[in-house]
Design a binder for this molecule. Sequence first.
Ligand code: HEC
Ligand code: HEC
Length: 265
Amino acid sequence: MPVNMRIRYQFIRVIWGVLFVGVMVHHADDASKGKSTPPDRSLYLPGKHIYKVSCQPCHGERGRGDGELVTMDWEVFPRDFSTGDFKYRSTPYGKLPTNADIKRTILQGIAGSAMPTFHDMSDKDLEAVSEYIKYFSRKWRKEEFHADAVLLPSKPEFMESDTGHREAVESGKVMFARNCAPCHGEQGLGNGPAAATLMDSYGHPVRPANLLTPLGCGESEEDLLRTILTGMTGTPMPAFAEALNEEEVWKIVLLISEWRRSKAL
Ligand code: HEC
Ligand code: HEC
């Protein structure tokens, strides 16, 4: 190869080498897992590259959710990252997500929307693109939007036995009727009395989820627990971390899981 190209190649290798060390140092810092963190500048360039290829066609060059693939007939538009609002988080309602939250969304994709799964993306690329999308909103530079993840309570022991489980599901129905049915309906089908009137914070009508269909938040007990406790920023789905205690929230999670199992989704 010509000399000037070889020099360029060497230069790029050095740059990548520096970035790799950055990634490794970043990974060593496990304490950052449980809280939102400001953008990591060392990952800006590799993140931008991945974004351009894999995300920009939908999320747009400036992260506004207006990429070239998007047309008006989409039912769910790509997230506008400039709002700094994230639906899928482990942090309290209105706060920024942790890196683990962003990576989970990218890895799993979002059922019921065009957001694909990137399950074979390397951890290095996931980390870089997660950092890059933080540059689209100023919220990431403001202390007041950062927060620790809400701790997810482990399942109360008495719910492990068959009888305990059955009783929890029964009592979950009462909790669900009181707290969720007004929007999601008695059977969780998304048809409660308030369903038709709900708006998101940008003034668009929004439907409560049918909890018996594939869920955007993920479908494990942990995904349900996290979503119910922290709510979905920008939507009417409230956070129940204050309103429900650990036992109550677990009863509701077991009820929804039971419904989903009996529908054999
Ligand atoms: C084919 C279109 C498409 C592509 C490509 C795409 N997305 Fe999305 N993305 C969406 C849609 C649609 C949503 C909104 C889903 C919703 O509101 O439930 C979304 C939502 C998200 C969210 C959710 C934010 C929240 O509210 O918690 C994140 C994070 C995200 N995308 C990141 C990415 C990244 C990073 C890439 C590239 C690696 C990417 N997306 C590629 C369509 C796409
Ligand atoms: C004020 C109305 C309202 C109440 C009360 C409410 N929700 Fe929701 N919920 C919504 C809306 C609206 C969405 C859809 C948000 C979106 O995706 O834009 C939603 C979404 C969800 C999701 C995520 C679905 C997905 O596809 O990711 C779960 C899980 C959920 N709700 C469970 C519950 C449970 C359990 C309760 C009661 C403890 C509850 N909700 C109470 C309005 C409500």
